[in-house]
Design a protein around this ligand. Structure first.
Ligand SMILES: Nc1ncnc2c1ncn2[C@@H]1O[C@H](COP(=O)(O)OP(=O)(O)O)[C@@H](O)[C@H]1O
Ligand SMILES: [Mg+2]
Length: 360
């Protein structure tokens, strides 16, 4: 700040010298003019002296006014620059996102505007990083919990086998089967976890293809039909003749439909109907999968897509869920610029996926 003050003082000094010489020049011209008037019109000496005094006073007063105004303006600017410097320090050390008051409309106010933009940008970047960091630590603690549960159970059964604590061969087989089942759960969880974290990464690349969604859904419904029959569920597709073309990574997108159908298969109340429909909506296409389910409150409905969220914890564990299926589906749909949501009405739960249509 002192540097600026010295620089400005130096400029002021130069300006005073310049204005001094300019005014001096002007005064000399006035003097000459007066003496010319004196020679030509023979004005009295007294009047000449008055004229000289007036022009000298004007000269002194104008320099005075110039210096005073210059000082007032510069002083305000210096105070403002001091304030800006303090705020920038505060933003850097205390609080990203805080701003500088904008005064006037010149290069300095432009600079403040840009500092404010930078401060807000830094804040949103910082918040985003912090969110990622929090979400990572949450993920690690969720994962450790979910890995520990089957692992404890496997260890328990292996301990029984190790200590030969079984009476019959059937009992031995049961223990082995349970332990094996738990290792499958672990495998599932690790695979899903791997897929979920990959989808969260920025480097994920999708292999887009323009495909007809009707054909894809139709094919999956045909493939899943027998599995639903076995569970006393009637899979009812309602796919229109109008073809809906979308730009998707087929491998990833099929995973979304399979996750939703897999859930309907596992969690639907049985016997029942699982309806799969396709229809156009808002320049896009909506796929809805409806099944009968225990009534679900709005709060749980909003959390269904959170990772590791299970509506009925004990039942989902029984069916071997990892709680990642819907979180994976959500990540995939959002990578496709689509949206996914659940709606509940009485005993019907429906999962909806909207995708923009691809016109060419
Ligand atoms: N079609 C459905 N009907 C009833 N409940 C469902 C359905 N889909 C999901 N849910 C509930 O949402 C929870 C989360 O599903 P998901 O993320 O796929 O995890 P997971 O199937 O591994 O438990 C499930 O545990 C279940 O309670
Ligand atoms: Mg699931």
């Amino acid at each position: 700040m002192n540097k600026i003050r010295t620089k400005i003082s130096l400029q002021l000094f130069l300006a005073i010298i310049l204005s001094f010489f300019v005014s001096l020049g002007a005064t000399i011209i006035i003097f000459n003019f007066i003496s010319w008037l004196n020679n030509v019109f023979n004005i009295q000496e007294k009047s000449v002296n008055i004229l000289i005094a007036i022009s000298l006073s004007v000269f002194v007063i104008s320099i005075g006014i110039f210096v005073l105004t210059f000082f007032l303006i510069i002083n305000r600017k210096i105070k403002y620059l001091k304030y800006i410097s303090q705020r920038v320090k505060y933003i850097a050390h205390e609080e990203f996102g805080s701003t500088i008051e904008i005064r006037g409309n010149d290069e300095i106010s432009d600079l403040c505007l840009n500092i404010n933009l930078m401060s807000q940008e830094l804040k949103s970047k910082f918040d985003h990083e912090r969110e990622i960091e929090n979400s990572k630590s949450e993920l690690i603690s969720d994962v450790s919990h979910d890995l520990r549960t089957p692992l404890t159970s496997i260890k328990g059964y292996l301990q029984l086998l190790k200590d030969k604590q079984y009476k019959t061969l059937e009992e031995l087989e049961t223990y082995i089967n349970i332990a094996f089942g738990r290792t499958e759960m672990l495998e599932d969880l690790i695979e899903n976890l791997f897929e979920y974290t990959k989808l969260q990464g920025k480097e994920i690349e999708l292999n887009y293809k323009r495909l007809c969604l009707n054909d894809i859904v139709q094919q999956i419904v045909v493939d899943y039909g027998p599995l639903f029959d076995k569970e006393h569920l009637n899979l009812q597709p309602s796919i229109p003749n109008d073809k809906y073309f979308v730009k998707i990574d087929p491998e990833k997108y099929v995973r979304v439909i399979e996750n939703l159908l897999g859930n309907a298969l596992k969690y639907s109340l049985k016997p029942g109907i699982v309806a799969v429909s396709l229809f156009s909506e808002n320049n896009g296409v909506r796929m809805a999968i409806k099944n009968r389910a225990k009534s679900i409150d709005a709060e749980s409905l909003a959390h269904l897509f959170d990772r590791f969220y299970r509506f009925e914890k004990s039942r989902s564990k029984e069916t071997g869920g990892t709680g990642l299926g819907l979180a994976i589906a959500k990540s995939i749909v959002e990578l496709h610029d689509g949206s996914i949501w659940a709606e509940a009405e009485n005993e019907t739960l429906s999962f909806n996926v909207w995708l923009p249509l691809s016109l060419q």
